[in-house]
Write a protein that binds this ligand. Structure first.
Ligand SMILES: *Cc1c(COP(=O)(O)O)cnc(C)c1O
Length: 228
């Protein structure tokens, strides 16, 4: 297979797995949006999938790197929904506010306020609060109870619209553990965000997205499996 055939097969495999997980969980596949994580991907690979119309939501970890890539004319020509999935530093809040459509990694009230302040009038940016699922200090995000508190406080912001949770599962966790962790976040999500409002639950990455979608994820973030 050449590179393009490989990429097409990756997309097909992922879509098939997403559909199978939906079916298993009695969910409609339209409820699930693939968030293509492009942070490690080659420009040519990303451009190919954009041209094929196979990816729309894209995720980048770093503000600076995202700007460098996505402000180039050959990239900006495609209508995409841009997500920041990595930790947001205070000093990048203004740039992030102007560039991203979603900030999926909110974990701090003052940074969120700064983002809100820098969003142009008339524009809205969606925000997800990042829930921390491990005790490891290297992980960003907040323990679930604090994430829920932050969500309440963020409801007062107007341009940054809080609309869900994001979480990263511990690496190498077994399926049972994953189900428990994802289930806990899903329960809080259902309590804090009504199905009548626009809402997103971003659980699952390349290694665990099937379990995540079975547990209710609406926005799995997939990088290495897509660009393998
Ligand atoms: C890099 C990254 C991903 C994608 O991970 P893969 O295992 O390559 O699919 C998803 N979410 C976040 C927050 C990331 O930083």
């Amino acid at each position: 297979m050449n590179r393009e055939e490989t990429l097409l097969k990756n997309v097909q495999d992922i879509q098939a797995a997403l559909c199978a997980s939906c079916q298993k969980a009695g969910r409609r596949p339209e409820e699930v949006t693939l968030l293509a994580v492009t942070k490690y991907a080659q420009d040519t690979d990303v451009l190919f999938l954009l041209k094929q119309g196979l990816i729309k939501h894209i995720g980048e970890s770093r503000v600076q790197q995202a700007l460098l890539r996505w402000t180039q004319p050959d990239f900006s020509a495609f209508p995409t929904v841009k997500h920041l999935i990595g930790h947001l530093q205070h000093n990048k809040a203004a740039k992030a506010a102007q560039f991203f459509d979603f900030i999926d990694s909110l974990d701090d009230f003052s940074t969120a306020c700064l983002v809100d302040k820098h969003i142009a009038p008339g524009r809205q940016v969606r925000g997800l609060v990042q829930v921390k699922l491990t005790d490891r200090d290297t992980q960003s995000g907040l323990p679930l109870d604090q994430a829920r508190e932050l969500t309440k406080r963020l409801r007062s912001l107007e341009r940054l619209k809080v609309c869900g949770y994001m979480a990263i599962a511990p690496q190498g966790a077994d399926t049972q553990t994953l189900k428990g962790l994802f289930g806990t976040v899903k329960k809080a999500f259902d309590e804090d965000f009504s199905p009548k409002e626009e809402r997103y639950l971003s659980l699952g990455m390349s290694e665990d997205f099937t379990v995540a979608v079975e547990a209710g994820s609406t926005l799995p973030r997939i990088g290495s499996k897509l660009f393998a």
